[in-house]
Design a protein around this ligand. Sequence first.
Ligand code: FMN
Length: 163
Amino acid sequence: MRRKLTVPTIADVYRAIPTPITAVAARVGEQDIAMVLSSFVALSDDPALVGISVKRGSSTWPLLREATSLGINILTGGHSGLIDSYSLPSHERLVGSTYRADAGAIIIADAPTSLVCHIEREIEMGDHIFVVLAVDNVLHDPKIGRPIVHHQRRVTELMEYQI
Ligand SMILES: Cc1cc2nc3c(=O)[nH]c(=O)nc-3n(C[C@H](O)[C@H](O)[C@H](O)COP(=O)(O)O)c2cc1C
């Protein structure tokens, strides 16, 4: 009997690789706009540069990219309401969250790390746009909470062990 091979797609493979969950948020005109992203990556220490990858066709990115400053907030299990809001209109995603604006960048309360950034470069990468951002300010207190990760379309807590 022949066995049918199940070949994973590249998207299946990417989903199996854990990544942090962030909210990129800014005040644009009168509106406070956010987007949940799991594509955050730290790129460079000096200068301080980070990256995010945004799917082409996103309706929120064209608004966020107009902001003078962007907040990149590392989320915890306490931010599940914000994560669940990802499919709402971009100006409704922060309803119910506590946050403040810092030079246009939105800093979400109880995020252990928030980076105030400006866009350095946007690079077209296949079906995504890779955005390189320079870090202008850092709010960092790891005691505030533990970051979560995106894995197999689920939100997962980190496990710790001593090495
Ligand atoms: C946990 C999670 C991670 C996500 N990561 C990304 C990402 O890295 N890049 C992206 O373009 N969209 C990502 N999305 C989808 C966006 O949050 C958003 O829903 C999507 O871009 C469609 O909305 P828009 O048209 O307002 O941009 C993610 C959604 C969730 C729930």
